[in-house]
Design a protein around this ligand. Sequence first.
Ligand code: F6R
Length: 277
Amino acid sequence: MKSILDQSGPVDDVASAKVRLPVARFRDASEASKRVAREIAQLIRQRASENRRCVLGLATGSTPVRVYRELVRMHREENLSFFNVVTFNLDEYFPIKPESPQSYHRFMNENLFNHVDIIRSNVHIPSGTIPLENVSGYCRDYEDLILRSGGIDLQLLGIGRTGHIGFNEPGSTRDTLTRMVRLDSLTRKDAAKDFGDLDRVPLLAITMGVDTIMQSKRIRLLAFGEHKARIVQKALQNRMSSTLPASYLRQHPDMQYLVDGAAASCLPPSIFGTPLQ
Ligand code: F6R
């Protein structure tokens, strides 16, 4: 089958060369990650050529690691500069110190920021150390900063087994903005391997809201592995509702899922190449 996605790996998502379809299945996580990294690089370069900034919404976790690796490679080998890039991360545990091994500050530094020429003041990650009484003002300021930077051009997402995007756990409504949330027990269980023990996983986090994410101009959600297959299928096919926050993404005009074969294994073949309603 022909592909609009201009990539080396086989993909069977495409019925028409003109329509951008929401689910693309790739040979493996590496192919999908390279595809997204290329799209991000193109956007950064296009904006640089127009003397404009490129605002990226970034995710952490195991899913986007290969994307960051590819972007670092492009910076080193293909002169991709991050000089015009502004970033907003989705979330951070609370409370957590930025130097803690599990902190998303540390994750981003180790996986991306320490290896590229981004201007540090252009990097924004929710803080895990602000006093509780300042959290709501802090979250409003985070939203403001996103707006004042011109809005997120491209938001990178993973998906949790609860159906969360960012840390918008089941119960997060379509209109939610950046705020403090309580982590779902399944999310904490999944994080226990990073913290060494379930009891050490924070109960809370600060996350962009569903609406914050939906305001991004483009959304690219990556999902890899068999453990994501059920939730990907539900997010794409179940009724849209706050019990499955990722389901809201179907309302977005420029959203795409990029999945490997394992994460796609519960999807009906007809979904590839059929724009979702
Ligand atoms: C991380 C985030 C989360 C993860 C999700 C998947 O910043 O916002 O929504 O994307 O929990 O995590 P992994 O990629 O580790 O499976």
